[in-house]
Design a protein around this ligand. Structure first.
Ligand code: CU1
Length: 589
């Protein structure tokens, strides 16, 4: 509680205490250049897109509950729809089976992929937690370009609106990758396709500008005493991501623009019937979309470093190795795009891309081993952030290791375009990024909103998500190795049991997220007031109030110890409530 008296001579309120009056408040939020408010707005928008993408995912899984002979009968007999499989096909299933079930199914998985990739997972950690915490962890008042930050938010919202508009008009069936020539020739309504492509195009600008803002902030705004290697590892993750965003995103921008021109004006770049080359599109597309996998995962890895160090109160093992491995992953990420299209290139090229892909395993394994070494003999807290960190180690390791057979040419030929791939990238994206994101939200929730959440509820949600996730996606490794191709609404009977198990798992995931939602709402309404430093962290965000004041710190903080120097500065038997540390003459002088 010591912060209260040290700040007593200041009147500044918390960042969300706005002017009186609802309209004035809304106006203040809409025009704010405060990185914290912008981070919170991103958080809610991103969660909303996660909800839309999640509903589509549940619909896809629901359709796959049975092999659906309904569709074949319907195709044969024209418009008449015959429901064969009985009562279980009521409700949502009817909608899925409307007119051409396969068509609706294709739109559903495209909606799921496009929303989750472009509108949820790419901006997820950097735009929400990154925006809120990067300046505070640097000891700065705001990001380097606060107005640009607000502009990035509005560009993000515009992109999402384009996407939602396309969905409301009926959606697209191209898959989230918009592969040509299908995406330039599909007879779906022009504007739906164009709107969805433009959505991704616009969202790219938001990504570039945010990345640029963060790179400059890290270079220019570190607090006095904070060298590069005194930065929290979350910031190293966000920094590495920002570099990729700035360098790779322009490529997808140009590519999508060319795609729109091709679709509208038939200029002959990607369409072979006009002398174009569809494989050229795939190279362009993955030149961005592989690095962007690391835009998704690097900030998540940064979160895991914070969670593991703080909640086991241990100095992180191999700080520099973790920091450099983030940059290493960012560098290698630009050299491996070809592994998505092994079958569309020459033998030598495929061998080179295969070899380069294996390089990613080195910095990734460095991180995983360092996290394990940090946990060793730590005083491990059993709480939601730590549970999510442990879940991450498990699921992300499976995600990483199952990538190796895909990088191997001989095995990739069999596994390509099967459910094995679906399982693999969900283990990385959901088992990695989403799991870390959830852990990070719980870790920083008390700081962002000034309220504690119910720990038992958080842990219950985490366990449900973890169990449901593994039931849903581990089965898909078996489906894939047995030959079930991805992107099909119908399948042969022998796959039914595994598909059903997978679908039941998706319901457990849903239950887990509903528990989380309930816990968050309960916290906002009636949560216990959070201390300044509920976990005993040593990074700068814990040196300001919960929630932070408008300009983050009363005085410019001075960094006097490393971000994880628990062994040096934390006295035995220390209670985080006694923050700041007795021996720490830092910011509150
Ligand atoms: Cu890739």
């Amino acid at each position: 509680m010591s912060y209260a008296d040290s700040n007593a001579h200041h009147e500044e309120g918390s960042y969300f205490s706005g002017p009186p009056g609802m309209l004035a408040k809304i106006w203040q939020w809409m025009t704010t250049v405060d990185h914290k408010k912008i981070g919170v707005m991103y958080l809610f928008a991103i969660m909303f897109m996660f909800f839309i993408g999640g509903v589509a995912a549940l619909a896809v899984r629901y359709e796959l509950l049975d092999p659906v002979r309904t569709v074949q009968m319907m195709d044969a007999s024209g418009e008449e729809m015959t429901i064969v499989t009985g009562e279980r096909l009521a409700g949502l299933k009817d909608i899925m089976n409307a007119r051409s079930a396969n068509e609706v199914y294709n739109r559903m998985f495209t909606l799921h992929g496009a929303v989750m990739v472009f509108m949820f997972i790419v901006p997820s950690v950097p735009a929400s937690l990154g925006n809120f915490f990067l300046p505070i962890m640097l000891g700065a008042k705001d990001v380097a370009f606060p107005r640009l930050n607000l502009l990035s938010w509005y560009i993000y919202v515009t992109g999402c609106l384009f996407g939602v508009l396309s969905i409301l008009m009926g959606g697209v069936d191209t898959g989230w990758t918009f592969y040509t020539p299908y995406s330039t020739t599909t007879d779906a309504d022009h504007w739906r396709v164009v709107l969805m492509i433009l959505a991704a195009f616009i969202l790219g600008f938001s990504s570039i500008l945010t990345g640029m803002n963060f790179v400059v902030s890290v270079h220019k705004l570190r607090a006095p005493g904070m060298g590069w290697f005194d930065m929290p590892l979350f910031l190293w993750g966000v920094y590495a991501t920002s570099i990729i965003q700035v360098l790779a995103t322009p490529v997808i921008g140009i590519t999508l623009l060319l795609l729109v021109f091709e679709r509208l004006f038939h200029i002959g770049i990607f369409d072979p019937s006009m002398g174009g080359d569809p494989v050229l599109y795939q190279h362009f597309f993955w030149f961005y979309s592989h690095p962007v996998v690391y835009v998704m995962i690097l900030p998540a890895m940064g979160i895991i470093s914070e969670l593991i160090a703080v909640h086991s109160r241990k100095h992180i093992f191999g700080y520099r190795a973790i920091a450099f491995s983030s940059l290493g992953i960012a560098g290698v990420s630009f050299l491996v795009w070809g592994h998505h299209i092994f079958t569309a290139m020459g033998e030598l090229a495929a061998i080179l891309f295969s070899g380069l892909t294996f390089l990613v395993a080195i910095p990734t394994a460095i991180k995983v081993f360092n996290w394990l070494a940090t946990l060793y003999k730590g005083s491990i807290a059993i709480n939601t952030p730590m549970l999510y960190a442990l879940a991450f180690l498990f699921t992300f390791s499976i995600g990483g290791l199952t990538g190796l057979p895909l990088a191997t040419l001989a095995t990739d030929l069999h596994l390509h375009d099967t459910y094995y791939v679906v399982a693999h990238f969900h283990y990385v994206m959901m088992g990695g990024t989403v799991v870390a994101f959830m852990g990070g939200i719980h870790h920083w929730w008390p700081k962002m909103f000034g309220k504690m959440y119910n720990e038992k509820g958080g842990m219950l949600g985490c366990i449900l998500v973890f169990v449901g996730f593994n039931i849903t996606f581990f089965t898909q490794f078996f489906l894939g190795t047995q030959g079930m191709p991805r992107r099909y609404a119908n399948y042969v009977d022998e796959f039914q049991t595994l598909h059903q198990i997978s679908t039941y798992g998706s319901w457990i995931i849903l239950l887990g997220f509903l528990v989380h939602l309930g816990v968050f709402i309960a916290s906002l309404i009636s949560g216990e007031k959070a201390d300044q430093n509920p976990w005993g962290g040593l990074t700068l965000e814990w040196e300001t109030e919960s929630p932070p004041i408008e300009h983050n710190f009363h005085h410019e903080p001075v960094v006097t110890h490393g971000p994880y120097d628990f062994d040096k500065v934390v006295p035995p038997g220390w209670d985080p409530k006694d923050y700041p540390l007795p021996a720490n003459p830092s910011s509150h002088s």
